[in-house]
Design a protein around this ligand. Sequence first.
Ligand SMILES: O=C[C@H](O)COP(=O)(O)O
Length: 241
Amino acid sequence: MRKIVIAGNWKMYKTGAESLEFLKGFTSSLTETPEEREVVLCVPFTSLAVLSKNLHGGRVRLGAQNVHWQESGAYTGEISGPMLAELGVRYVVIGHSERRQYFGETDETVNLRLLAAQKYGLIPILCVGETKQQRDAGETETHIFSQLAQDLVDVDQEKLVIAYEPIWAIGTGDTCETKEANRVIGLIRSKLSNPDVPIQYGGSVKPENIDEVMAQPEIDGVLVGGASLESASFSRIVNYN
Ligand SMILES: O=C[C@H](O)COP(=O)(O)O
């Protein structure tokens, strides 16, 4: 059976104090969350340090938003696998479209980061997805298949999560039709050697559409940006019907 993974990606939001405030409201709501749902918060590095001391072995798993492929070295601004593992981090988002767009992330570096994450015991959440221009040109499938072919070289598919995030649906309120997201995720699955890899949908997921998203048979969870920043809204998402 495929695992359900509900992850919040806080991007560059929340100080340590704000993260603790979120946690207070959020953890109480998790008592209702079915055990088989993995709940992950992918937070800024500073918040990882704060939250790791305050989770007290509860339901929430920690996730980072990046990891370098070297164990250590002169790589200003980067973070390594052992540094994240020491904090109890379990997941790491890799290849998010914002990293690809603003920070020069390529399929080659995405692949290196995936391999490094697994080497240090972290489960990567690999993000793939097309731009509006690619979609309009009918290139959605070829673009995503090309990302998968390059990003997944030598990657262990037993320890992997994939997030399908159509770039045009991120932070726009313009959710991809759930049936279309389901179709693309089915195509992604057809390219994997392990059919049990959890595949999430990401892009303007919110309390109003989570039930419909999670009713789709191919969708194994969500990667949530804006709606994961408020404990009430993210609680509703993890407790979807
Ligand atoms: O990682 C999360 C995605 O970029 C989705 O962000 P969003 O939920 O704000 O559209």
